[in-house]
Design a protein around this ligand. Structure first.
Ligand code: PLP
Length: 380
């Protein structure tokens, strides 16, 4: 049997044809496919604006810049996430403040964030970056209420959750990244994520003001919009009005994003099926399976189990060519963040979670036969 990874892209002939067609068109970058991808992605998520960028980390960086993060600003995030969720604050000279996770959902624990805010002088913190970890959507309605109380902004890291939703207090469906509660949300199109463009990312928002800022920051801080220019020397004229970056995505990546988006719902359904089968197979064992709740639609970017002897299980699977993974080594225990004063022991729930977690293979093209093999090896 061929090696089974924990996650993998789904590329078919339709994707390949779309990329090739764009490669032979007039534009390799900054062409029409980018805007089309942004519009279709925005409509899929149910948000007003979307800005495509070169990767999810660039999306986080631009989001932090657009919200004005600067030297010394304190921002709260979860230790159980990919390092980039925290790093974006450091890029702007801000300070990352971690807060522990909820032991059931593994998401940033809102009660602990409240305690942190209440025990600090007003104005200490500028924002919160909750993460839809593994594809379990954060209850952003609750985070919005808390953020408003303390005058904070919210960046939702929705990299794991395109298509996920929670039901708000009026039982309304709220899709991850829809901009209803968070100021900005970000996505990644890295091949292990739901939609693959190679490298790629997206920022979504309902704020026209933030959208305009992001569009300028994405391209060097340069604008050609006649309404924004300080003077105008002619048709060629442009102005660099602030320090921006080249965080653009290419047109052929956007073309791939478009064909990937067309099968996003099919992929989500397949992920649900796979999760259900794992749930059944591990019921009545000492394996703890992911929380299931009627209030949320879990996007299952990851299927994370908890096991008392994770190292043995990991090694046994590996010996059988099953490449399960650990998500994540807690960010506050990374040497870089330790050098900034964080320590092992700071977040007991996150560290306990890390001691037992393992992400089993989860991707739409995982066959039933492969999944049964994984289950058999896990049960062994
Ligand atoms: C993948 C990921 C990122 C970064 O995305 P890249 O496209 O790899 O830069 C950020 N946050 C989370 C939670 C992710 O999973």
């Amino acid at each position: 049997m061929k090696p089974i990874p924990y996650g993998r892209q789904d590329i078919d002939q339709i994707d390949i044809d779309a990329v090739i067609e764009t490669l032979t068109s007039d534009f390799l970058t900054q062409g029409p496919k980018i805007e089309e991808f942004e519009k279709k992605f925005a409509s899929y998520i149910g948000v007003n604006y979307a800005v495509a960028v070169s990767n999810g980390t660039a999306a986080l960086h631009l989001a932090a810049l657009a919200l004005g993060v600067k030297e010394g600003d304190k921002v709260i995030t979860s230790p159980i996430t990919f390092a980039a969720s925290a790093n974006c604050i450091r890029y702007c000279g801000g300070e990352v403040v971690f807060s522990d996770i909820d032991p059931k959902t593994f998401l940033l624990d809102i009660d602990k964030v409240r305690k942190l805010l209440e025990s600090s002088p007003k104005g200490t913190f500028k924002g919160i970056i909750p993460v839809d970890f593994a594809g379990y959507p954060v209850n952003l309605e609750a985070f919005r209420a808390l953020a408003d109380e303390f005058g904070l902004w919210i960046i939702e890291d929705a990299c794991h959750a395109p298509g996920a939703y929670f039901r708000d207090s009026n039982s309304q469906v709220q899709m991850s990244g829809n901009g209803k509660f968070a100021d900005l949300a970000i996505f990644s199109f890295h091949p292990v994520k739901h939609i693959a463009t190679g490298e790629g990312g997206m920022i979504t928002t309902n704020s026209k003001e933030l959208y305009d800022k992001l569009m300028i920051l994405r391209t060097h801080g340069i604008t050609k919009n006649p309404d924004l220019l300080q003077k105008n020397d002619g048709g060629w004229y442009y102005e660099m009005q602030q320090l921006g970056y080249n965080y653009r995505i290419t047109d052929f990546q956007a073309a791939l994003g478009l064909t990937q988006l067309q099968k996003a719902d099919k992929g989500l359904k397949r992920r649900q099926e796979i999760a259900k089968r794992y749930d059944e197979a591990f019921a009545n064992t000492h394996i703890v399976t992911p929380l299931v709740s009627e209030d949320v639609y879990h996007a299952f970017h990851l299927y994370v189990i908890q096991h008392p002897n994770r190292l043995n299980l990991y090694n046994h699977l590996r010996a059988n060519h099953i490449y399960a993974q650990v998500h994540y080594v807690p960010v506050h225990t990374m040497p870089y963040y330790q050098s900034l004063g964080w320590n092992q022991g700071d977040f007991p729930i996150a560290e306990k979670y890390y001691a037992h977690c393992l992400s089993l293979p989860m991707y739409p093209t995982l066959t039933s036969e492969e999944q049964e093999y994984v289950i058999q090896k896990v049960l062994e």
